[in-house]
Design a protein around this ligand. Structure first.
Ligand code: KG4
Ligand code: ZN
Length: 330
């Protein structure tokens, strides 16, 4: 069985996982703290990855009770993300692949999130998928490995980005999504924000107007009221899009929510309660937020489909990070 070590450094989490044929030998995440900068500081993020990645790799191998010689292939996130952050993971993976003559499998970060639901919720293709992370908001149908049909995406901010920016303005720590969820517990959503693109036919999203409205409302309302009302408005907006999408594709029964925002229990429960005609899934919390297990699993799916020989280190030395790349162009 192919043993894979995976690296994920697309944003501010340094992640290493070791995986083989359904067994997780290690899944480590080192989350950086950018609170004093008020948001992710890209230069600092890539330096932090550089300082952390070798030690984290040593820990992962120790936890798996393996050495590099036990590993068959290396997987790495090469797109999309902060280019300096991606660069650290890609160059680290390339160096190991070259020096130890191992196979190197490049993985698209969003495909990793989409397949985290296949892995953790035991789904088979095709399934619908709502990706809600700090950098991306999109609705798609996962037809097969590498075949994703985008139904809608954010025209401006991502859902996680909206949570993070509003959280910062109302005095909460980063990442803002979990801070907003925690502050909203037991608080009735009292502010009636208008719901972006609610009556439009489009499956696209727009978050920047809602973000501005939530920040402005801080003049008249406290942080708890804003947090709870924003979280509720986003839940209504997402459930509206999912119910429209499921009506357009009645043959798709299984829908998954993935990415960091999928860890939000209020949002998941709200959508589950309102979209009763579909089966709704979401990976466990550790697999919703950034992790290298989803990257290892995605690489394993490609290796199973195309064989290892396609990923020889000789071919992979040209691999470079790409900051923006749609999953429709894999
Ligand atoms: O998928 P992810 O870990 O990284 C990206 O690919 O961006 O998502 C991070 C985003 C952040 O914006 C964070 O605030 C949000 O996910 N997030 C949450 C929760 N946990 C993480 N948003 C709402 N509720 C949560 N519990
Ligand atoms: Zn992510």
């Amino acid at each position: 069985m192919t043993k894979i070590i995976a690296f994920e450094t697309s944003c501010d989490d340094t992640c290493v996982a070791i995986y083989s044929d359904g067994n997780v030998f290690s899944n480590l995440i080192y989350s950086q703290d950018h609170n004093k900068f008020g948001g992710i500081f890209p230069e600092k993020a890539s330096r932090n990855h550089l300082e952390t990645i070798s030690k984290l790799t040593e820990y992962a191998l120790q936890e798996a009770n393996m050495s590099l010689s036990d590993i068959d292939a290396i997987a790495v996130t090469y797109a999309p993300g902060l280019v300096g952050s991606l660069m650290v993971g890609v160059q680290f993976a390339k160096s190991i692949a070259w020096s130890s003559k191992k196979y190197l499998v490049p993985v698209h970060h969003i495909e990793g999130h989409i397949l985290s639901a296949k892995y953790d919720c035991n789904l088979s293709f095709p399934y619908g998928c709502l990706v809600v992370s700090g950098g991306h908001t999109l609705l798609c149908i996962a037809h097969d490995l590498g075949k994703y049909e985008i139904l809608g995406k954010s025209l401006d901010d991502a859902v996680g980005e909206c949570f993070d920016k509003v959280a910062r303005c109302i005095g909460l720590n980063q990442p803002g999504g979990p801070a907003i969820e925690a502050l909203s517990i037991g608080v009735e959503p009292s502010i009636k924000f208008s719901i972006p693109l609610l009556h439009a036919e489009t499956l696209n999203f727009s978050l920047s107007g809602l973000k501005t409205a939530a920040i402005r409302a801080f003049d008249q309302n406290n942080a708890k009221e804003i947090a709870s009302s924003l979280q509720h408005t986003i839940a209504v907006m997402l459930s509206n899009k999912l119910s429209k999408a499921s009506a357009q594709f009645p043959e798709i029964m299984n829908w998954a929510i993935v990415g960091g925002v999928a860890a939000n229990k209020y949002i998941f429960a709200y959508i589950q309660q309102s979209c009763t005609n579909i089966k709704l899934f979401s990976p466990s919390k550790k697999l919703c937020t950034d992790n290298a297990l989803m990257i290892a699993y995605t690489a394993a799916q490609y290796v199973e489909k195309f064989g290892l020989s396609k990923y020889s280190y000789n071919h992979s030395m040209a691999l470079m990070p790409i900051s923006r790349l749609s999953i429709e162009n894999l």
